[in-house]
Design a protein around this ligand. Sequence first.
Ligand SMILES: Cc1ncc(COP(=O)(O)O)c(C=O)c1O
Length: 377
Amino acid sequence: MNDRIYMSSPDVGELEERAVVDAMRSGWIAPLGPDVDAFEREVAERVGAAHGVALSSGTAALHVALVSWGVGPGDVVPTSTMTFAATANAIAYTGAEPYFVDCDPRTGNMDPALLDEVLAELSGSGERAPVVVPVDLLGKAVDYTAICDSATRHGARVLSDAAESLGATHAGRAAGSFGDASVVSFNGNKIMTTSGGGMLLTDDADLAARARYLSTQARQPVAHYEHTEIGYNYRLSNLLAALGRAQLSRLDEMIARRREMRELYVELFADVEGVEVFGRDGDEHDNVWLTSVLVDRTVSGWSPSELSSWLAEVQIESRPLWKPMHLQPVFAGARSRTTGASEALFDQGLTLPSGSALDADQRSRVQDRIRSFLDAA
Ligand SMILES: Cc1ncc(COP(=O)(O)O)c(C=O)c1O
């Protein structure tokens, strides 16, 4: 690897290496195998869901869940505007229309009152909104109590996009266990990784079975290859599941390291006027996947992009918070209900190196560089 400090690089070592080599030596190379079965059980158990379906990505998991429920052209799917494109893309793959809902400015998560308005509007105009997809931003679980209540009143299912929040909780329950189904991601930048991968989690045995079937090319259970529906090649490989099992055994330790990083930023910015660490309210329930700061430049006298450039000069990565989906050119035609909250977060937010793999030297490099910026500001 190089000297660059990334926001969230994979945290893998000897344990993971041994797990992958053991899986390879066991002969289970061809995609599925015992590590996939065990990984599904272990993640499902961790979040308290009855079933897990291990898939090639979080995006695939979102897509196959929607398809399994028959979501398609003519349907409208309310989702968070404050998210990564994968959420909206998965909705678009089905031919349904994403409808972007703004967020609570304190968390960046979907505002339940706005969702309620959107669902009332859609039922008033006779449109079908069979599923709502709220997103747990940066590792903080959505207010599922309010969101699920609203969805239930309007006859919509909830597909929780928990891609970023494995290890977080809401009201004492684990992220990944909410709604009718949840999706987690094991992409390389996530809280734990399988290099690439994801999982659909649900208590619904029929949904799990249908997602399993559709994600293995919709093969009928006969010896010759018989297909009555279009399927997908979306399953996770056994080697990657072995990597995932090793990572899962370290999840709490990795969350603790990310929390230390957040505490470091809290200290660094404690006395800086106009700057706050984003989402501190209730962050003991977060998995603290990424830490961002919000900068009010009229008070601080400097902008998030100035700090970002200062860090980039010495190979330290930082990025703005997600650009809201309703501002993305590709979704320019989509409907949205906005308050300005997500736009303000995009304008003020800067996400800083947060990974659990950052060693003491890298942490001090980040800390010293930010200190020197603040001293010069
Ligand atoms: C909110 C959100 N949803 C979905 C995804 C998609 O997951 P994956 O990269 O595993 O496809 C990601 C991350 O990449 C994400 O951050």
